[in-house]
Design a protein around this ligand. Sequence first.
Ligand SMILES: *Cc1c(COP(=O)(O)O)cnc(C)c1O
Length: 393
Amino acid sequence: MSTRYIYADNAATTRPDEEAVLAMLPYLREGFGNPSSLYSLGRQAHEGLEEARAQVATCLGAQPNEIYFTASGSEADNWALWGVARQKAKKGHHIVSSKIEHHAILHTLQRLEKEGWEVTYLDVDGEGFIDPAAFEAALRPDTVLATIMFANNEVGTLQPIKQLASIAHDHGILFHTDAVQAVGHVPINVAELGVDLLSLSGHKFHAPKGIGALYVRRSVLLPSFINGGGQERGKRAGTENVAGAVAMAAALKKACAEMDTEMPRIAALRDSLCQQILTNIPRTRLNGPADSSRRLPGNLNVSVDCVEGESIVLLMDMKGVAVSTGSACSTGSLDPSHVLLALGLKAETAHGSVRISLDKENTEEDADYIFRALESTTQRLRAMSPLWEEPRS
Ligand SMILES: *Cc1c(COP(=O)(O)O)cnc(C)c1O
C-alpha cells in the first residue's frame, strides 16, 4: 500500500477548495441565522445568500433573479424537466433528449413516459456527438422541451449547445442543458448560449456536496417543485443552505478566474497521458472525442482489452490511485455503461473501460504515476486472463 494518494476521479466529485470551506465557516458558526428572519442575524444570512446568488449569476452571465439554489444537480435536472412538462402540458407531450444523458435526466424522463409523455432519445455518433440535423428532425409540433447535456460525464463530449438551443428556439421549443460537468471547467455564458434552463452542482467544481442551482431564464415560467415556505422567490421551499451557497459561489468565482490558465494546462496533461497509454499499453483505445478541444479538459476514457474495469479500479486503488469505470452512479450495477453502448462499443469492451478525470490539483508527476500504475495493473490482470495473448511484434 502506497502512502501516495492520487485522486483522478474528479468527474465523480472534487475536493472542496480551501476558499470555499473558509467562506462557509462563518455561516456555520456565528452567522447561522435563518435568512427569512427579520432581525440582524437573519438579515446577515440573507445578505450572504444574495451575494452568493449574484456571484453565481455573474460567473454564468445571468441575472441574480434567474438563479435558484437547489440541493444538487440531480434536483435541478428533475425540477427543470418536471416543471416544463407541467407548465407546457397544454401545448404537447413530447420531449427530445439523447441516449447518453445522466440518470438524473434519463430516470426523470422515464417517469414522465409512465405518465403519458413521449420522449425521443437521440442517437450519438462514435464520439458521443449529437447530429444537429437529426436533432432538428426530431422536433415536432407537440414538442415542448429539448434537454441535451453540455458535457458528458463518462467520455467528456462537449455538445454544440449554442447551435442546438438556437434550432430549438426556431421551432418555439424550450431548451434545457445539464451542465453539471461543464460549469467551472469550460467557459459558460447563458446569454451567449441562449439556453432557457441550465443545471449545475457545486461538488463538481470544488464546492461541498449538497448544493446546486438551476438557471431559469426570466421569461420561462416554472412551477415550484418543493412546496412550503416562500424561499427562492416561492419556487423552492426549504430553509436555504446558506453556507453551501456561499461556498459554491466562492468555488465558482475561483474556477472562473483560473479557467484561462487551468483549462489548457489540464487538457495538455490529459493529452499527454492519453498518448502515453495508447502508445505503450497494447490494445487500448480512446473512448469519446479525439479532438481535444471538443472534450472536457480533464476527461480521459480508455478501453483496455481483456480486463475488467472494476478490477483495474481496485488494483489501482491499492497503488494509491482513484479512478473509475464510468459513472459513480452506475457502480455496483453489472450493466455496461449506457453511454459507451450508445457510442457503439460492444458490451465486453465497455466492461473493460476506465475513466480518468484530471483536475487542477493534478500534476505531471501524478499523470506519470497514473500511467505506470495502469500499465502494471493491466499487465498483471492480463497475465491472469485466459483471453489475453501477447501481441506479436
Ligand atoms: C454529477 C452529475 C449530476 C448529478 O449531480 P449531483 O449534484 O451529484 O446530484 C447530473 N448530471 C451530470 C452530468 C453529472 O455529472
